[in-house]
Design a protein around this ligand. Sequence first.
Ligand code: PMV
Length: 418
Amino acid sequence: MTQTQATKDSIQKTCIAPVNIAVIKYWGKRDTELILPTNSSLSVTLDTADLHTRTTVHVSPEFDGDKFWLNGVEEALNKRMKTVLNEARSRRRELENSAPRESSVHGKPISEWSVHIASMNNFPTAAGLASSASGLACLASTLAYVYGLIDEKNEMAIQRSWTSVSQLARIGSGSACRSIFGGFVEWVMGGSSDGSDSMAVQVAPKAHWPEMRALILVANDEKKEVSSTSGMQTTVETSTLFKHRLREVVDTRTEEIKDAIKNKDFAKFAEITMLDSNQFHSVCLDTYPPIFYLNATSKLIIRFVHLFNEALGRIALCYTFDAGPNAVLYFIEKDFELVSGTIACMLEEVPGIDSPQVKKIFSGDIPVQSNEIADSMRGKMRKIPPGGVKRIISTRVGDGPQLVSESLLDQSGYPILK
Ligand code: PMV
C-alpha cells in the first residue's frame, strides 16, 4: 500500500502522532474559543513507537456526510474535532480560491467533499494519558496532508506549514499544538488577540538529547473528576497563587529549562521539572473550590524520587504529574537499570509492564546498586501497596507526526475490521 490512497475521486492519508508531557505546565486560557494560554509551556515529545494515535482521513465526493470511528466504533464528531475540521476546510478553500481550476474534481471542490475519519490509540484512552493531545495533533496533521496544506517547496516553507499545523491543532486542544514537533517543544503563548503568534516551536530535536528516557507509572485508569478545561478556568478566576506564578515564576523557569536542554544539564532540567509540577498542583489546591489530582500513590512516588536522588547524591530522576495521579519520570539512559531496579524494590506488587527491558528487571534481574539504594531508603518511606501502580510504560524522547501506510479505512473509506 502507498502512503497516499488517492483515486481521481478520493484522497486518503494516515498519520501517527505522539503524546507529549509538559515540564513547564500550561494551565489557564486567556481566550477559551481560540485556546490562547495565559503562559508559555514546554514539553518533551514521547516516542510514537510506544505511544501514539493513528488517524486515517478519507475525503470523497461520493460520501453523504462526515463520519468518525474511534477504535472501530462509530461516534459523532465532537466539538473539538469539528473546530479543527472546519478550520482545515477553510484553509483548503483559500488554496482553491487562489487556483480554482486545479482544485475542482467532479465539479465540486475538495473542501466541500465529506470526510470519513478513523482514529485509534495504541494505549487505553482511559489510562489518564494525554490522549487529546496526540488525538488532535494527529487529526490536524492528517487533514493538513489531505488538503495539501503542507507546502513542500523548500525547508522554510515546510517549517512555516508545520507551525501553522500546530495552530490548527491548538484550536482543538491547547497541549496538542506541542505534539506537532518532536524533541523538546515550547508553546509560545503569543500576545495577539487573534492567536496568530500563539504556536509551538521546537527548542531542540530528539537527536540533540536522545538519551532522555521516561517511565510512566499509571496510578489510576479512571476518568478524572475535574476536566482540565473546567479546572483551569476556575483557577484563572479564583487563585491568587496562579497570578504570582504568571507574574514571577513561569517565564524565568521557561528560559532556565531551555538553557538546561541546550546544555544537556539533566540535574537542572529535573529540578525545574519537579518545581513546576509541584507549583501546578499547588495552584490547583489554591483554586476555589480546590482541585486534587494527586492521590496517595502519587505522593509516595514523589517521596521515592527525592529519597532516591538523596541516596545517590545527585539528581538522576524527576517526576511530573498532569491533571491526574499518573507519574511521568524522566531520567537519562545510563541510569535505566538503576532507576527501574530501585522502583522494582519499592513496589509491593509487580504491575502490568509492556517493555521487555523493564520486565527483565522486575523479574529479579535487579542491579546491586539498586538494592543498596532501596535498602538505604527503607524506613524512610513505605513501599507502594498493591494496586497503587497499575501499569508501567517505558518510553523515550521521540519525533513528531509521521505519514504511515497502515490505514484504518479501506479503499472505499470504511473501517478495516481486524
Ligand atoms: O490541553 P489540555 O486541555 O488537555 O490541558 C493540558 C493541561 C496539562 O496537561 C495539565 C498541562 C500541559 O501543559 O500539558
